[in-house]
Ligand binder design. Structure first.
Ligand code: PPE
Length: 306
């Protein structure tokens, strides 16, 4: 259960948590056309709180809305300020931030284009998405029986509400089978991404990750890790990755706002590398958490102080 905080931002106003409700004829609830983001705010070594890559997340929210033919009735700056305001009003130092733009009630039927677009921003405390032990020792993943929709079946570059049905089914299947997370292949059979994370493979000191042009979400954490590789002088190649490359990898890890940088210690019951967090994963993870929590401001342009 999510722990309640005091307020949620709804269409520009902070309302009490229990009053942040919508009508049951909310169009998005029936048909899944809505767009959202997931962002994290961290308490830094100096005691201040900062939202990580807020601008990039809000830019992606608006790009998702463009793909979804939804017009968000706010400026980007207003949504960014709304995120910060929600954190301040709840006096919380670390949290996950969930902006959501949805089609409200009005007409029923698929078209719904005249229903007003509404926006909410909720926050809650969220610990390690795949567990503290997962962050340290790695998790067990299974290739899903559900494929990621192809590039023209589903607009996977956009963070559209309905896209997540596929991810939920894959995640539930993986958990029911005793694994922690599902890895999905695309219709051609190449590795796409996990239910809510991008994937990286390490082989002989080099890193590989599926390219942007395939059906993955262009993760902001993925982009961060690509930048960290460049800074650490690590070779990173964006290219198609096959299933057997996961079995032969020295290291595999996931990236995502919720999952942060989580090692994968097993894929389809095959131990990855030494079966724990590999050295390159560890190095990137350390650097990643330094970026988020300090003490140095490695990328001040990525921090929005609360
Ligand atoms: N792929 C998918 C399908 C995805 O949902 C996410 C984020 C990513 C990749 C990584 O993207 P980024 O966060 O920009 O690095 N998944 C969000 C949903 C988590 C949830 O369960 O809710 C997240 O990590 O916030």
């Amino acid at each position: 259960m999510v722990d309640k905080v005091d307020t949620i931002w709804m269409d520009g106003k902070l309302v009490p948590w229990d009053e942040a409700n919508v009508h049951v004829l909310t169009h998005t609830l029936h048909y899944g056309l809505g767009v959202f983001e997931g962002i994290r705010c961290y308490r830094r070594a100096d005691g201040r709180s900062a939202v990580f890559r807020l601008r990039e997340h809000i830019d992606r929210l608006f790009e998702s809305a463009r793909v979804a033919t939804m017009e968000i009735p706010f400026e980007r700056a207003e949504i960014m300020e709304g995120c910060l305001e929600t954190i301040r009003s709840n006096g919380i130092d670390e949290c996950y931030i969930r902006p959501l733009a949805y089609m409200s009630a009005g007409a029923m039927g698929l078209y719904g284009a005249d229903n007003p677009v509404r926006v909410s921003i909720a926050i809650w405390r969220w610990g390690a998405y795949l567990g503290d032990e997962g962050l340290e020792k790695g998790i067990r993943a299974k290739i899903s029986s559900f494929s990621r929709p192809g590039v023209n079946n589903s607009m996977t570059k956009a963070k559209i509400v309905g896209n997540y049905v596929n991810s939920i089914l894959a995640k539930r299947e993986a958990i029911a089978a005793g694994y922690d997370e599902a890895i999905m292949l695309d219709p051609q059979g190449y590795v796409s991404e996990a239910s809510g994370e991008n994937i990286f493979v390490v082989k002989r000191g080099a890193l590989f990750t599926p390219p942007q042009g395939v059906s993955i979400l262009a993760g902001i954490t993925r982009d961060t890790v690509i930048e960290l590789c460049r800074e650490l002088g690590l070779t990173l190649v964006e290219r198609p990755v096959s299933r057997d490359e996961l079995y032969m990898a020295d290291e595999v890890f996931f990236t995502g706002t919720a999952a942060e940088l989580t090692p994968v210690r097993e894929v389809d019951d095959r131990t990855v590398g030494a079966g724990d967090r590999g050295p390159i994963t560890r190095r990137l993870q350390e650097r990643f958490f330094q970026l988020l929590r300090g003490p140095e401001e490695l990328h001040p342009e990525w921090l929005a102080y609360v």
